[in-house]
Design a protein around this ligand. Structure first.
Ligand code: COA
Length: 193
């Protein structure tokens, strides 16, 4: 589905994408092995048609929201962030992101984008939990999720093939902060459920 509304942070704005975003920068990022090193997108040979079809399909899905990441000051398109596998019964989803503009790496944009998309998942979609998975050697990704308030939930051994060897996958999760009542001890909560 397309985002119900844009989300604005200090430096970034997240809003919907359409096929007009498929050319140029976006296609270039998907052909940059440094950008896609830890992304499943590296396994797909994107051209303009395929990327346009991907954007259209994501916008039509009822269980995913694809955001473009834009610099607020200039409006420049710098990356994408996606909520996927949205499950209304469990009120959960997955999250993944790509800052395509490498000049922006390591400057806090990933952390900001994760915080904004997570806020959207909790507030606009009323979800309870978000889960991310990252290659164990993707230190920037794990660092950004941790900095955005995610906690490590587990480690899947040899879960991803990086082209040379199997790599563990780190699972990072975050609960809706407005539903996490720390004043109720786990045991007493169980008794009342
Ligand atoms: C992964 C990615 C989203 C991280 O975003 P970012 O804006 O570069 O990360 P941030 O600047 O928000 O970093 C957050 C924290 O992660 C850690 N970190 C960031 N880059 C790091 C690096 N290269 N090495 C080790 N730790 C790093 C730091 O602890 C940092 O906090 P600090 O700067 O206050 O110390 C971005 O690099 C990216 O899009 N990479 C390509 C695609 C990708 O791998 N996506 C993730 C798929 S799960």
């Amino acid at each position: 589905m397309r985002p119900l509304h844009p989300v604005e942070g200090n430096r970034l704005a997240l809003s919907g994408l359409d096929v007009s975003h498929a050319g140029g920068r976006y296609l270039g990022w998907l052909h940059d092995p440094e950008v896609t090193r830890f992304l499943e997108a590296r396994l797909v040979d994107y051209d303009l048609d395929r990327l346009s079809a991907y954007i259209r399909a994501e916008n039509e899905r009822s269980d995913a929201v694809l955001f473009g990441m834009f610099l607020r000051q200039s409006g420049q398109f710098v990356g994408t962030i996606k909520l996927s596998n949205i499950r209304t019964t469990h009120r959960s989803c997955n999250i993944a992101l790509m800052i395509g503009d490498k000049a922006l790496w390591g400057r806090g944009y990933g952390t900001e984008a994760i915080a904004l998309a997570s806020g959207y998942a909790f507030d606009a979609l009323n979800l309870h939990k978000i889960l991310a998975g990252c290659y164990a050697n993707n230190l920037a990704s794990a660092g950004a999720f941790l900095k955005a308030g995610y906690g490590v939930e587990g480690r899947l051994t040899d879960d991803r093939w990086d082209g040379h060897r199997f790599v563990d996958c780190i699972l990072l999760g975050k609960l809706n902060p407005s539903e996490t009542d720390l004043s109720v001890a786990p045991n007493s909560r169980k008794e009342t459920e």
